[in-house]
Design a binder for this molecule. Structure first.
Ligand SMILES: [Ca+2]
Length: 424
C-alpha cells in the first residue's frame, strides 16, 4: 500500500496505532505446554488407528461472507483508524463508509462534508488485527470495485507483530490486490527489506488483468517457502523464499492480519477528480484455508472417520460448529478422538492446531500430538468461546507418521472444530 515515501513520524504513528489495537486480542495463544503425566491419553490405547491419507487438502478455517445488513462482525473486524500515511489519512470510522448491505461489505469514499471533521475526503476500511490473524494457508477474497481518478482500493495483509523484524517494511507486507485510478490491471506486491526501495516501491510486484465492473477472486497461497498470487484461480506471480534466506528476504514466518479498504486522493493514485466520486469496493467474502493433512478436520463428513475415539461419550453434533454445520463434542468422563497422519517427512517441523471451547469455567481440553518420534506435546484450551491452540513438533529421523489427538482428561463438555496439520 505504501508507494509514497514514509517519514519517521508516519512510521511511528502507524506502529503505535497497530500496537494499541493488537493488545486487545481475546484469542491470543498461551504458551505451549507439556501434558502432565495424568493427562497423557496413551494410558488407554486407541481402538483402531487406521492410516488413510497423505495428501494435503485445503480446509476452510475462517470466513466472513458478509451476508447480513448493517454493522460488520466486530468479532472479525474493526475500523481501520485514521492515520497520517497516504492510505489511511481519510479513514472515517462510521457505517457510512464501512458497513454491510446483506450480501457484501461495502467500503466507500466520498467528499461529503461532516461537521467537526474537516478533511476533504472520507473513506472506509476494516482490519482484523486483534481479532484474527494467520500464518500460512490460502486467503481468498471476492470483490469488485469502481474506477475513477484518485481511487485506490486494496486487499492486503500486515504482520500481527509489526516490529518483529523492525518497522515497515522490515517485518513484511503482502498486497493481495491493489488498484489505482482507471487502470486495466490490478497489482499484487510483496514488501520487505530486500525488495522495497527508498521511495516505497517494490521490485517484487506483478500486474495482471482482471474483469472490470464485475467480481473477481484475488488469492494467495502462502507456504513456508513461497507466496503465490492468484486472480480468478490463475497463478500470476510467485515470490519464493531464497535458500538460506534471512528476515530481510523472508519475514513471512509470522502471523499476518487482513486489511480491506477503499482509499484514494494521496500517494500512489494521486489527486481525486471529484466528479468521479463516490468510489467503492464491495467485498463478497473473505475465506481462509489451511493446507492440511488432517482428514475430516472440520467434522463435516458423514461420520467420525478417519478419527477414532475412546473413553466417554464422543459425538459429532450440530449447533456448536465453528465453521460449517458440525463439530466434535466430548462429554462425560475422560475421552479422546485421535487420527494417525501418514506421509510425513522425517526431520521436518509441523504444526497441529485447531479450535476448541469448554462449556464451563474450570474445564479444559488438550490439542496434541504423539508417536511422531519425539516427546508427546499438548496444548490446553479452557475458554468458553472457540480459541485457537496448537503444538509444534518435529518428526524423528525415521518417522513418517504422527498421531494427533483432541483429549479431555476429566468430566465436563467440550467442543472442537477446524483442526489442521501443516508444515512449518
Ligand atoms: Ca465444522
Amino acid at each position: 500500500m505504501k508507494k509514497n515515501p514514509l517519514n519517521c513520524k508516519n512510521v511511528i504513528m502507524l506502529l503505535f496505532t497497530t500496537l494499541v489495537i493488537t493488545s486487545c486480542t481475546k484469542q491470543g495463544l498461551q504458551p505451549e505446554q507439556q501434558l502432565t503425566e495424568r493427562d497423557k491419553p496413551e494410558t488407554i490405547s486407541a481402538t483402531n488407528n487406521v492410516a488413510l491419507l497423505s495428501t494435503p487438502v485445503y480446509q476452510l478455517i475462517w470466513a466472513d461472507e458478509f451476508n447480513t445488513s448493517g454493522s460488520f462482525n466486530a468479532n472479525n473486524w474493526q475500523y481501520s483508524p485514521r492515520g497520517t500515511v497516504a492510505w489511511n489519512k481519510y479513514m472515517t470510522a462510521t457505517p457510512t463508509y464501512a458497513s454491510q448491505n446483506g450480501t457484501n461489505l461495502v467500503l466507500r469514499m466520498d467528499n461529503a462534508t461532516i461537521a467537526g471533521d474537516a478533511v476533504p475526503y472520507h473513506s472506509g476500511g476494516v482490519q482484523s488485527n486483534g481479532k484474527f490473524n494467520v500464518k500460512y494457508g490460502k486467503i481468498e477474497v471476492r470483490a469488485k470495485f469502481t474506477l475513477g481518478q484518485g481511487s485506490w482500493p486494496a486487499i492486503w495483509m500486515m504482520p500481527d507483530s509489526p516490529v518483529q523484524y523492525g518497522g515497515w517494511p522490515n517485518s513484511g507486507e503482502i498486497d493481495i490486490m491493489e488498484h489505482v485510478n482507471n487502470e486495466t490491471v490490478m497489482h499484487q506486491t510483496i514488501h520487505n527489506a530486500s525488495v522495497t526501495n527508498a521511495n516505497g516501491g517494490s521490485t517484487a510486484t506483478h500486474s495482471a488483468s482482471y474483469t472490470q465492473a464485475d467480481y473477481n477472486t484475488y488469492a494467495i497461497e502462502w507456504s513456508p517457502v513461497s507466496i503465490k498470487f492468484f486472480v480468478n484461480n490463475i497463478l500470476q506471480y510467485t515470490y519464493s523464499k531464497a535458500v538460506g534466506a534471512n528476515w530481510q528476504q523472508w519475514p513471512f514466518d509470522a502471523p499476518f492480519y487482513l486489511i480491506l479498504n477503499q482509499a484514494g486522493g494521496a500517494g500512489w493514485p494521486g489527486p481525486i477528480t471529484n466528479s468521479n466520486l463516490p468510489f467503492s469496493m464491495q467485498v463478497d467474502y473473505v475465506r481462509v484455508y489451511k493446507l492440511s493433512q488432517v482428514e475430516n478436520g472440520g467434522f463435516e463428513g458423514a461420520s467420525l472417520s478417519p478419527w477414532t475415539s475412546w473413553g466417554s461419550t464422543v459425538s459429532i453434533v450440530t449447533g456448536n460448529a465453528r465453521s460449517g454445520t458440525k463439530s466434535i463434542k466430548q462429554t462425560g468422563a475422560q475421552s479422546s478422538v485421535e487420527q494417525v497422519i501418514t506421509g510425513l517427512t522425517p526431520n521436518t517441523a509441523y504444526r497441529f492446531a485447531g479450535y476448541a471451547k469448554v462449556s464451563a469455567a474450570g474445564e479444559s481440553v488438550s490439542i496434541g500430538v504423539k508417536s511422531y518420534g519425539g516427546t508427546q506435546v499438548g496444548y490446553s484450551i479452557n475458554t468458553t468461546y472457540y480459541s485457537l491452540g496448537g503444538v509444534n513438533f518435529t518428526t524423528g529421523a525415521t518417522n513418517t507418521s504422527a498421531t494427533v489427538y483432541f483429549y479431555k482428561a476429566a468430566s465436563g463438555t467440550v467442543y472442537g472444530d477446524d483442526f489442521y496439520l501443516e508444515k512449518q
